[in-house]
Design a protein around this ligand. Structure first.
Ligand SMILES: [Zn+2]
Length: 485
């Protein structure tokens, strides 16, 4: 192995809004640095040197690495971002440092900085500047926020047993927010829940020493993820539930693409679709009443099969203008994961999903690596599924077209009106109050049929037949899914 050292001297003025609202400053009390230093391209065994340019939309593709980053900033500015702050005692004032240490062992939010502390948050020096040191391991990028008039809430959150010593490990949560964003007084709790929940759901403990949320209204309206740090708008108008959602979303990105390092430039759906799916899982856990699969599908179904739709597999920067990029990157791949869960069953899906994350942590999976992991765990070929949902803009529309009960035999005719083949999950109810559930295998459609009739024993007449009663499949027309006598 050969090694070399490259030194690059460079400087730039932080733009007010740069890198398509991923970096900037606001109100002379907040700066955020991102996409801000020369990077080495990825050399992988699929693309060779990966040289696609950043054009503002599709995000990044980076290798993991270790970083030591030093900032010299004026006094009273707090710096936080990717990595462990290794000189907190030399930077923070004694009072703030004590609270910071307390927060690291507190299961509820600690007010580390409030507005009464502004002007007394760092040490004072002769030069009027403070040097902040960060060490980050195994991250694919580094980004930092600089705040002067932000509240700072801190706590810890459990992430599972990382070092296998039989004890729960914790990660530190930081939330920085200005008085102008009052909903943010819950940000630390939202972040704590998201990190703990997703550590459990993915089976992969959040690996880094902290997760930090920064309210950055004026730089960004939605949210943007970086390893260990995210910037998010105030959400004053959107409300608390939307602030939870965006927090869970940005933090879900810590798993994909920050750990499972997908190529966002080519396949934004690999991280955004997975993250849309993870966001829903976290939301349903935090707000149990919010469980609603139809709502998850709406973003996709509103343009499903129309000329406005683009294939999921189309390279992210190559979608036609309009909603194609957004739908193919976020709600459609999110919906398709739900459909896959419906197809495989919760348990098998979950096992395959955790296997995918575990196998591809700190590596670069292509879409085929995800597909192959599912087939490997499931034990069956799913080419028909990938082709239909990922490579085409076909749609799913199954319909109950006829139901008869004659001489103790029920005859149910199903038509497959869309081009996507999927198994048919039938719920059948009989007049005597009994019911039955049947799955017509997908093979029926793979033979080329578009209509099929099945027979069921019916000692009492059938009074109701419903396709996909649990609503796991994004069917474009649910009005024909149900037959009632
Ligand atoms: Zn996202």
């Amino acid at each position: 192995m050969e090694t070399g050292t490259v030194s690059i001297h460079y400087s730039f003025k932080i733009p007010k809004r740069g890198a398509s609202a991923r970096m900037g400053y606001n109100k002379d009390n907040l700066y955020h640095l991102a996409y801000w230093y020369p990077r080495v391209s990825v050399l992988d065994d699929v693309n060779g040197w990966f040289t696609d340019n950043f054009t503002g939309n599709a995000e990044f593709y980076h290798d993991h690495g270790n970083y030591q980053v030093t900032f010299t900033a004026p006094e009273q500015w707090i710096v936080m971002g990717t990595g462990e702050l290794t000189n907190a005692n030399e930077t923070l004032s004694e009072l703030i440092y004590d609270r910071y240490i307390n927060a690291g062992t507190s299961d509820t939010p600690v007010k580390i900085v409030t507005k009464n502390d502004f002007g007394n948050v760092t040490h004072q020096t002769e030069t009027g500047t403070i040097t902040w040191n960060f060490t980050a391991e195994n991250v694919r990028d580094v980004a930092y926020s600089f705040v002067r008039e932000s509240n700072w809430d801190g706590m810890r959150t459990p992430v599972g047993d990382i070092d296998n010593d039989g004890k729960t490990d914790y990660s530190r949560i930081n939330a920085f927010w200005r008085e102008t964003a009052p909903l943010w007084n819950k940000s630390a709790e939202y972040a704590a829940h998201s990190i703990s929940y997703l550590s459990e759901y993915t089976g992969f403990s959040y690996p880094w020493p902290h997760m930090t949320t920064v309210e950055a209204d004026g730089i960004i309206g939605g949210g943007m993820e970086f390893p260990m740090i995210t910037i998010i708008g105030s959400y004053n108008n959107a409300g608390a539930r939307a602030l939870y959602d965006v927090t869970a979303h940005e933090l879900a990105h810590m798993w994909i693409p920050m750990i499972v390092s997908t190529n966002e430039r080519r396949h934004a759906w690999m991280d955004e679709g997975s993250t849309t799916f993870h966001e829903a899982q976290a939301r349903w856990d935090y707000f149990p009443g919010s469980y609603n699969l139809t709502q998850e599908f709406n973003g996709y179904l509103r343009i499903a099969g129309s000329p406005a739709e683009g294939e999921i597999m189309r390279w992210s920067d190559y979608h036609y203008p309009g909603p194609a990029y957004g739908v193919a990157s976020y709600p459609k791949p999110g919906s398709v994961l739900i459909a896959l869960e419906g197809l495989l069953g919760k348990e098998t899906f979950h096992k395959a999903w955790q296997t995918y994350i575990d196998r591809w942590a700190y590596k670069h999976p292509t879409p085929y690596d995800m597909f192959n992991t599912f087939e490997d765990v499931y034990g069956e070929d799913l080419d028909w599924f990938w082709r239909s949902w990922y490579f085409e803009t076909w749609t799913l529309d199954q319909s109950v077209s006829d139901v008869k009960t004659i001489d103790g035999i029920g005859e149910i005719t199903i038509e497959d009106l869309g081009r996507i083949p999927m198994p048919v999950d039938l719920f059948i109810k009989f007049e005597d109050g009994t019911s039955e559930e049947i799955r017509i295998p997908v093979d029926e459609w793979l033979k080329g049929k578009t209509s099929t009739t099945i027979e069921v024993a019916a000692s009492s007449p059938i009074i109701l037949v419903e396709i996909d009663r649990t609503g796991y499949f994004p069917d474009t027309d649910r009005s024909n899914n149900k037959w009632e006598k």
